[in-house]
Design a protein around this ligand. Structure first.
Ligand SMILES: C[S@@+](CC[C@H](N)C(=O)[O-])C[C@H]1O[C@@H](n2cnc3c(N)ncnc32)[C@H](O)[C@@H]1O
Length: 276
């Protein structure tokens, strides 16, 4: 398995024995990671190994998001087949979903037509880092299930922090543990064993594969998630589900040694590395 294949592509999440024309279409454009419930009740991934995903996550999160998003512009990063895009559009938002994977974007565009939401939701093929090169900002950004798939996660987080005005819905795979240590302003070099404390912010690097998915690169602990968000000038206002963080701008200077020039230079370099 290479880094562009995910474990879900090898699992039978889809309808295994399509009978109706709709089921046949779902089968043809599968496999699906999002189990969408279409208007007639047909599901796109009824055999999903995680269960009714991501409906069971949305049940926990939905109460933390304003019921009316009328007039809001929302960006859904790593939108996949568009589950969150559709839920937020139903609350009145105009949603832009971006994903690097054309397979999932095809599903999302097809599903938008099934739901009659094609005027409210647009999908674009785009790398998260390329958001740095667009001047558009959004009332809300959804950044769920993507951070740990990135080789350059802090670059992405710092870019994303500049893209939203009101709310950021952030989710990442994490390492076990909820402990948080009080941070010291400075750690003497001879005291580095403090970093072994379970509450010290840590991010495990996954060189090969996790859960059969070679696109999983990182697993931060809870302390690291909070520290990275804080360091990017963000504040956690709610934790509606395990590993899910609803954030606003803290209004406090970005902490640590955050250098805006470094972000700007890194974002420019990404483009020149990609284009050669
Ligand atoms: C685990 S799925 C999460 C899907 C959805 N956000 C959710 O939480 O259910 C990760 C999605 O992010 C997309 N993705 C991964 N890396 C990306 C990148 N660098 N830029 C844009 N999308 C990316 C993948 O194609 C995939 O659709």
């Amino acid at each position: 398995m290479n880094r562009t294949e995910t474990a879900f592509e090898t699992l039978e999440t889809f309808i295994s024995d399509p009978k109706t024309p709709l089921e046949r279409k779902i089968f043809d454009i599968g496999p699906w990671f999002h189990n969408l419930h279409l208007p007639d009740g047909t599901q796109t991934a009824p055999n999903h190994p995680l269960g009714d995903f991501p409906s069971f996550k949305w049940e926990k999160i939905s109460g933390a998001i304003p019921k009316s998003l009328k007039g809001w512009n929302v960006l859904d990063i790593g939108c996949n087949a568009g589950f969150y895009s559709f839920e937020l559009a139903r609350r009145g938002a105009y949603v832009t979903g971006i994903d690097l994977d054309g397979h999932y974007l095809r599903q999302a565009r097809w599903a938008a037509r099934q739901f009659g939401l094609q005027e409210k939701v647009k999908f674009r093929k785009m790398q998260i880092y390329d958001l740095a090169h667009s001047g558009t900002t959004y009332d809300m950004v959804v950044f769920m299930g993507v951070f740990y798939h990135l080789r350059y996660p802090l670059l992405a987080l710092d870019i994303v922090a500049q893209k939203f005005k009101k709310l950021l819905l952030f989710q990442t795979l994490t390492m076990p543990g909820e402990e948080v240590m009080e941070m010291v302003d400075d750690l003497p070099i001879e005291n580095r064993e403090v970093m072994l404390n379970s509450g010290w912010p840590k991010m495990a690097f996954i060189e090969n594969s996790l859960a059969g998915d070679a696109t999983n690169w990182w697993a931060p602990n809870h302390a690291a998630v909070e520290a990275m968000l804080r360091s990017g000038g963000l504040e956690v206002v709610k934790r509606p589900d395990h590993e899910v963080y609803l954030c606003t701008h803290s209004g406090i200077e970005k902490s640590g040694n955050y250098e805006p020039e470094e972000l700007s230079s890194a974002a420019k370099s990404v483009r020149s590395v990609i284009t050669g």
